[in-house]
Write a protein that binds this ligand. Structure first.
Ligand code: PLP
Length: 491
C-alpha cells in the first residue's frame, strides 16, 4: 500500500493513532488520491504495514464509514463510497448535483384556501419621513415601560432556577395563569379558574388550537363581515367553511347567521369592539347568540382583543360571563395591552374541555418560552400591568381626540366609538376605498380600506384610521397628507 509511504505515524503526540490514520485517509479521499469506488487494504494488511493493532485500523475505518466516506461490502472488503459527504455539504457542488426538476408540489386544500385568502396587512411602524401609517391594531409602543420590562428580564434571566429550563409547563406558567384568571374575573367579568387558562401564542395561537380541537374539515363557522382576516385564515387552515354574517349597529346579525347556517359548528365574534367597525354587541344579540349556540350545540369563539380600552366609563363585561352552557371559548391577547412581538395570549376553555385542549396542545408544541412568561407574571403581580393600562386609556383618549380634531375637515364621515385603537372614516357613496387608500399611500400615509377586511361587497367604502401608535404631530401630519390624497380622489 503506497498511501502511507511518506507518512509516519506519531505515537508520541496526543492525537490517537486511529485518528491519525483516519485523518490521513480522509484527506486522501477528499483530495482524490483515493478515488471513489477504490478498494482499501484489509485491516490486517494495513495493521501489519503500519505496525499497529488491527483494532486501531478497524476504529479508523469504522469512523470513516460512519461519516459516509467508506462502505463495507460483505465478503468483498472496504471501498471508498461513490458519493462523498463533501458532495452534499459544499454548496456549489450540491447545487449542481441535486437537479431541481420541475416537480409540481401538491399543497393541502387548506393551504390553497389560505394562500388565496386576504391577510391582514402588517402595518408599517414606526413612522418615517416618507411614510406615516395610521396603523390598525398597534398600541403605543413609544409609551411602553421598557425600562421596567428590561430590569425584570435581566433579573429573571440571571435567576432562572434549573427547573425552569426543563420542557415548559404545557398549559403555561402557573403564576401567569393565576394572574390572568384574576385579571379577567375582575376587569372582564369572565367566569373561570386558573385551571381553565391556557397560555398561547397570541390570539392566532388560540384560534389554531381551538380550531384543531373543535372543528372537522368542512364544518361551517360564522364569521363577522367585515372582520379580522387572520382569524378567518386560522379557521380556513383547519378546513372550516366560512359563513359570512353581516354586522349592523348592534354587532353580528344573529338572525342572518341562523338563516344562512343554522347548524354551524362555531361562531367567531368580537363582542366588546367589533373588528373593524367598532360597535359593541348589544345585550339582546348577546342573549340571541348564546341561545343559538345552546340550541345548535355550537361554540362561540369570543375574541376580546382590546376590551380593556374603553374611554367612557367601565369596559363592558365579556360575553363569556353570561354563558351558562359552556358555549363560549374566550381569547385574550397581550398584543394590544403590551406589545405584539411578545406573542403571548390566553385562551379560557370550559372545564369539561381542558383535557381535550391539553392533548391537542401537546401535539402542537410543548409550551411557550418561559422567561417572558415569568417576567409577565411579575409585571402583572407588581401592579405595572394595571398601571400601564390606566395610563394607556388616558393616552388613547387623547390620541383619539387629536385624530378626531385633525380629521374633522376631511371629506369623511367619522365613526368613532369610545373604545379601541382606531376609528372609521366613511367615504362618500360611490368612492372606492381601495383606490383612496392607494392614493393615500402615494401621498405618504398608510391606511387600510374597510373593503379589504370584508368578504362580501360593502355598500359604502371606508378607511380604518389607527391612532394608538402615533403621537399628536404624527397624527396631524398623517391627516394633512390624507387630506391632500382625498382631494385628489374626490376631484
Ligand atoms: C380582531 C383582532 N383580534 C386579535 C388581534 C391580535 O392578534 P394576536 O394576539 O395574534 O397578536 C388583532 C390584532 O390586530 C385583531 O385585530
Amino acid at each position: 500500500m503506497t498511501l502511507f509511504r511518506n507518512t509516519k505515524l506519531k505515537p508520541e503526540i496526543a492525537v490517537p493513532l486511529y485518528q491519525q490514520i483516519y485523518d490521513h485517509l480522509r484527506i486522501a479521499i477528499v483530495e482524490g488520491q483515493l478515488r471513489q469506488g477504490a478498494k482499501l487494504p484489509s485491516t490486517r494488511a494495513l495493521a501489519d504495514e503500519l505496525g499497529v493493532s488491527r483494532n486501531t485500523i478497524l476504529n479508523a475505518y469504522d469512523q470513516l464509514a460512519a461519516e459516509g466516506y467508506l462502505e463495507h461490502i460483505v465478503r468483498k472488503g472496504t471501498f471508498v463510497t461513490q458519493f462523498l459527504p463533501e458532495d452534499f455539504m459544499a454548496p456549489s457542488q450540491s447545487v449542481s448535483r441535486i437537479e431541481h426538476v420541475g416537480r409540481s408540489h401538491r399543497l393541502s386544500k387548506r393551504t390553497d384556501a389560505v394562500l388565496s385568502a386576504p391577510r391582514m396587512p402588517v402595518p408599517s411602524y414606526p413612522p418615517t419621513k416618507e411614510i406615516i401609517a395610521l396603523p390598525v391594531g398597534i398600541p403605543a409602543l413609544d409609551a411602553f415601560p421598557f425600562d421596567v420590562w428590561a430590569k425584570l428580564m435581566s433579573r429573571h434571566a440571571h435567576g432562572l432556577h434549573p427547573s425552569a429550563l426543563n420542557y415548559a409547563q404545557l398549559v403555561g406558567y402557573r403564576p401567569l395563569r393565576e394572574a390572568i384568571a384574576e385579571h379577567v374575573i375582575v376587569t372582564r367579568h369572565v367566569n373561570c379558574t386558573p385551571e381553565q387558562v391556557f397560555i398561547v401564542a397570541g390570539t392566532q395561537g388560540a384560534l389554531h388550537l381551538t380550531a384543531q380541537v373543535l372543528l372537522n374539515p368542512g364544518d361551517s363557522v360564522w364569521v363577522e363581515d367585515p372582520g379580522y382576516p387572520n382569524a378567518r385564515n386560522a379557521l380556513l387552515a383547519a378546513g372550516a367553511r366560512l359563513v359570512s354574517v353581516p354586522v349592523d349597529g348592534e354587532g353580528i346579525m344573529v338572525d342572518t347567521g341562523i338563516a344562512r347556517a343554522p347548524r354551524a359548528r362555531m361562531a367567531y365574534v368580537t363582542p366588546s369592539h367589533q373588528f373593524p367597525l367598532g360597535m359593541t354587541l348589544s345585550l339582546k344579540r348577546r342573549f340571541a347568540i348564546l341561545d343559538w349556540a345552546k340550541r345548535a350545540n355550537a361554540y362561540i369563539l369570543e375574541d376580546d382583543y382590546d376590551g380593556e380600552y374603553r374611554f367612557d366609563g367601565h369596559p363592558l363585561a365579556a360575553l363569556q360571563g353570561l354563558d351558562n352552557h359552556d358555549s363560549v371559548i374566550y381569547m385574550g391577547t397581550f398584543s394590544k395591552v403590551l406589545f405584539p412581538a411578545l406573542r403571548l395570549g390566553y385562551l379560557i376553555v370550559p372545564t369539561a374541555l381542558i383535557d381535550a385542549f391539553l392533548a391537542m396542545r401537546c401535539s402542537i408544541g410543548v409550551g411557550l418560552p418561559r422567561l417572558e412568561q415569568t417576567v409577565l407574571a411579575e409585571f402583572i403581580a407588581d401592579g405595572h400591568f394595571t398601571r400601564h393600562i390606566r395610563r394607556m386609556r388616558t393616552l388613547y383618549a387623547e390620541r383619539r381626540s387629536a385624530l378626531l380634531d385633525a380629521a374633522s375637515d376631511l371629506p369623511l364621515e367619522l365613526e368613532a366609538p369610545h373604545t379601541g385603537l382606531h376609528l372609521i372614516g366613511w367615504l362618500a357613496a360611490g368612492v372606492n376605498d381601495r383606490a383612496a387608500a392607494k392614493c393615500a399611500a402615494e401621498h405618504g400615509v398608510d391606511v387600510v380600506p374597510v373593503s379589504k377586511l370584508a368578504i362580501e361587497a360593502m355598500p359604502r367604502g371606508g378607511l380604518v384610521l389607527g391612532y394608538g401608535a402615533v403621537n399628536q404631530q404624527e397624527i396631524e401630519e398623517g391627516v394633512r397628507r390624507l387630506s391632500a390624497a382625498l382631494r385628489a380622489v374626490y376631484e
